[in-house]
Write a protein that binds this ligand. Sequence first.
Ligand code: T4K
Length: 368
Amino acid sequence: MKQITVTSPLLPDLGEFNKLLKEIWDSKWITNNGSFHQRLEKALAEYLKVPYVSLFTNGTLPLITALQALRITGEVITTPYSFVATTHALWWNGIKPVFVDIDRKTGCLDPNKIEAAITPKTTAIMPVHVYGKPCDTKAIQDIADKYGLKIIYDAAHAFGVEVNGESILNAGDMSTLSFHATKVYNTIEGGAMVMHDEKTKQRIDYLKNFGFAGETEVVAPGINSKMDEMRSAYGLLNLQQVDAAIEARHQVALKYREALRDVEGIEFWEDLPGVKHNYSYFPIFIDAQKYGMSRDELYFKMREQGVLGRRYFYPLISNFSTYRSLPSATKENLPVATKMAESVICLPMHHVLTDKDIERVLNCIRKK
Ligand code: T4K
């Protein structure tokens, strides 16, 4: 039986990739701000409609580096409903995470609950555009302005997402992206930071190269997070086909919605007005009472039939042993996130799902 996985990587044409590899081999320049790296940064800035992009080796290091660059300390308000890397980035900087509940309409940080969590030690907010759903960036910015806080968006899922024609990546002080194999757009492993001005881009470029500003000067205890030439070349090729991949995902979303609209006890989100979505994930939420089966019963039944959805993001980050003892990690503080984590399954969602695959996924859900 063919396994239907939650995602499948967008792969460039091997022949085309080989041609670029030949160029790299000939040049003998394989990393450290090479020409493919420079080309990809420019191409991404243009594609994403943002002023500056700095490439990284994954989506975790730009989060850690953004916190360093902005000299964030003390406490940072963040969401428990994300991949664990979001909170780990705070831990790696010795910052205390303060979890705030999410909005059930988007899965993102609920701006109405942020102010109550601010203390004199709060220095920043780190929201996540989870599943590529845009946060309420205006409300979050208003709070940040009122209290003098920085905002770093974990936009790992939000490649290409726009609100009213404007990139969501332009919100806040900085945004970070993941180009991991499992993402809409990938460079195998990879990531990026988006910033508003040239000086910040320069500083980030120092920080991702050990803090080197020229051959003999080190301006900060930077890290090594440079993307190499092979991945940059792969990324340039994938950029040419990402629009088609997103459109293929869109078609899958339409088919899922059409078929699941009348299934009692299964909820999902529709597209938001004015938003250009990237269809990176297709979460459904199971109301066990109405559906007549618990989330986990359905999840394991799907697995038995070779349909490998995933329970992203269960458990909540706040439930992992590292973070569980934090005062903000309680269930009582996070009722919406707790419910969402306990009811979610992300259905298979990618550009090479066939109609037959989609039917197999839907049959698991429709035939109880
Ligand atoms: N912030 C957020 C909000 C994030 O979601 C993430 C990462 C980050 C930050 C950090 O970014 P990175 O440092 O990772 O760039 C995956 C990814 O490893 C992770 O990148 C991602 N979020 C997270 C949500 O999911 P797993 O452990 O669930 O992936 P895995 O290996 O089980 O793969 C899932 C399915 O994808 C497989 O069943 C089949 C398919 N697959 C996967 C790989 C790796 C392939 O077909 N080919 C492949 O090469 O974590």
